[in-house]
Design a protein around this ligand. Structure first.
Ligand code: SF4
Length: 276
């Protein structure tokens, strides 16, 4: 990567020792803005729009590269242009540092000066976000993270979650899954946030997004053939949940909840013996 067109460290230090007026005069003599924020267009003095605010000086780019003010390419050196190039632009570049002060302009980890999000240069590297978390096939030997039963033995009821550090856990049933999700500090082996959560839908018998599902709060352990006695019954479609509760007198639509409605008191009804 081109980094030889930025100001040298020694000259930067010299400029720091000089007053602003002297610094600009010196920069003008040398054909460089002298602050690592040159406009790169052959102009000799920095313009306000090319002075990177302090918060960008050592900021980290979309792709995780930390900006080093002492090792930046000039805009001219990377053929910076104010327009996108064939669909590519700075806002989609791994080196782009997003706007931090609301002025609509960002910076770059390897190119000096303010950087427009719809600009482009030859050092462009596409930024690819981490893919969304996905459910996987439950391993044959995966134990339920709450009750310890073999999760693969219950394909009509099992569930799983993955944390942001890729720690993945499996559950025999919805009751164990929502218990883990509600009080992860009692079961999880990681402090990382939960990035994905899936339960087996009662209608589809396939894994569905547990964060989008609704749950019928079944209380009769004899109604269904489910593990661990009783479980909240997950549905991808609320209409199916309504039909489910309408089949019995002891449930109503008030017994249909979302994942965020589960609290410790509620999960204790399902897995209290596994809670501290
Ligand atoms: S395209 Fe060039 S100037 Fe824009 S963010 Fe990427 S490396 Fe920096």
């Amino acid at each position: 990567m081109d980094s030889g067109n930025g100001p040298t460290v020694d000259r930067r230090r010299m400029l720091a020792l000089l007053g602003t007026g002297s610094a600009l005069a010196l920069a003008g003599c040398s054909g460089d803005s002298g602050n690592g924020n040159g406009n790169g267009n052959g102009e000799d003095t920095p313009t306000p729009e090319d002075t990177v605010p302090e918060e960008y000086a050592t900021a980290t780019s979309l792709g995780g590269t930390e900006r080093n003010p002492d090792s930046l390419s000039s805009k001219s050196g990377v053929e910076y242009q104010e327009q996108p190039n064939d669909g590519q632009q700075c806002s989609g570049c791994s080196y782009y540092i997003e706007d931090k002060n609301g002025d609509g302009t960002g910076a770059c980890a390897i190119v000096e000066g303010n950087i427009e999000p719809d600009a482009w240069c030859v050092s462009y590297v596409p930024y690819e976000e981490d893919g969304a978390a996905e459910a996987v096939e439950v391993p044959d030997d995966a134990s339920c993270a709450v009750c310890g039963m073999n999760a693969a033995d219950f394909p009509d009821w099992n569930a799983q979650t993955v944390h942001e550090d890729d720690t993945r856990e499996y559950f025999c049933s919805t009751g164990c899954a929502v218990t883990y999700h509600t009080v992860p500090e009692e079961f999880a082996e990681t402090d990382a946030d939960i990035a994905g959560f899936w339960v087996t839908g009662f209608e589809s018998r396939e894994l569905i997004d547990g964060t989008e599902a609704v749950y019928a709060l079944e209380t009769d352990s004899d109604r269904l053939e489910d593990p661990m006695g009783t479980n909240p019954v997950p549905f991808a479609d609320r209409a199916d949940a309504v039909a489910f509760v309408d089949e019995v007198d002891y449930l109503s639509e008030e017994d249909i909840v979302e994942l965020s409605d589960f609290d410790r008191e509620l999960v204790e009804q399902y897995r209290g013996r596994h809670l501290e």
